[in-house]
Design a protein around this ligand. Structure first.
Ligand SMILES: NC(=O)c1ccc[n+]([C@@H]2O[C@H](COP(=O)([O-])OP(=O)(O)OC[C@H]3O[C@@H](n4cnc5c(N)ncnc54)[C@H](O)[C@@H]3O)[C@@H](O)[C@H]2O)c1
Length: 283
């Protein structure tokens, strides 16, 4: 893959990436491998992680895929043991697994009284199990892998943790209250952890991607016939750069935040990569 710049410091480091079978984190894994890191790709979808690891290996990189549910500490501990044997102790952790769920999503942006008689998903239909699923996946899904892999970083230098937050963490987006709240928790946790691990010299930061069209948000952004949804039109009009981001446009932020030389005094930040979305009031 074409990198915006090389991060030489990553050479030989072990990077653990969760959600690595997905769109954004497979790309992160490739970028890390292209810089010479030895990458452990963790995903609940093992086939997806394996396919990505294969691609990395075909390009001359070092990568191994592992089945892991980011909410299952026992499985993660076993995976950690395997990674120790296969690649070595973890230096870099990317907490990438995350996402929303339809059970925690309302159909409409605004509630109106008549909605209760309609066959739509209102605020009052939000399923607590669905809300819990989203909070657990995004928040505990960052916390539990950190409990498992951060001990490998103690007493070393150049170790770093990167969480993936979202635009909705700054100001909630309509329809997705649980995902917005959970990502706000991820941003908050990023700051908390940065302070907590500061004396061990482990930097903790987050990237907040703006809008990137991926499989996960396909149904919200495009109509079944592939035309842009009303939501897409709203997003683009609220993005001063008037387009979706390309996943590879996150790589510069990734390599920068992981670099001790470039970002050695940066910890606890949530860096928006959003075409100006979070800066724009709409007027
Ligand atoms: N795509 C966007 O526009 C966007 C914007 C902001 C934030 N994000 C965040 O970026 C991250 C990656 O998103 P993406 O768009 O690449 O999503 P994706 O759906 O393509 O990838 C997510 C991956 O996580 C895996 N996963 C889900 N639950 C898991 C679990 N319990 N344990 C282990 N793996 C699990 C899935 O199998 C999938 O491979 C997520 O945290 C997402 O919330 C995405």
């Amino acid at each position: 893959m074409e990198l915006p710049f090389q991060n030489e410091e990553l050479k030989g480091k072990v990077a653990v990436v969760t959600g690595a079978g997905g769109v954004l984190c497979s790309m992160f894994s490739k970028a890390l491998a292209a810089c010479g890191a030895r990458v452990a790709l963790l995903d609940r979808n093992l086939a997806a992680a394996e396919a990505q690891a294969k691609e990395i290996a075909a390009q001359g990189g070092t990568a191994r895929a592992y089945y892991a549910d980011v909410l299952d500490r026992n499985v993660l501990e076993k995976v950690r043991q395997s990674i120790l044997e296969d690649l070595g102790p973890c230096d870099i952790l990317i907490n990438g697994a995350g996402g929303n769920n339809p059970r925690a999503t309302t159909t409409n942006d605004y509630f109106r009284q008549g909605d209760l008689e309609k066959d739509i998903h209102t605020f009052f239909d939000l399923d607590t199990a669905g809300v819990e699923f989203v909070f657990n996946l995004n928040f505990l899904g960052a916390l539990v892998p950190t409990q498992v892999f951060a001990p490998d970083m103690m007493g070393k230098s150049g170790c770093s943790i990167l969480n993936i937050s979202s635009m909705n963490a700054f100001t909630p987006l309509t329809r997705i209250p649980a995902y917005s709240g959970a990502k706000a928790a991820v941003s908050n946790f990023t700051q908390w952890l940065a302070v907590h691990f500061s004396r061990e010299h482990i930097r903790v930061n987050a990237i907040a991607p703006g809008f990137f069209a991926t499989a996960q948000n396909q149904a919200l952004l495009f109509n079944p016939d592939g035309t842009p949804s009303e939501r897409t039109e709203k997003i683009l009009s609220a993005t001063p750069m008037e387009r979706f981001g390309k996943p590879e446009e996150l790589v510069g932020a990734l390599l920068f935040l992981l670099s001790e030389k470039a970002a050695g005094f940066i910890t606890g930040v949530v860096l928006p990569v959003d075409g100006g979305f979070s800066a724009y009031s709409g007027v």
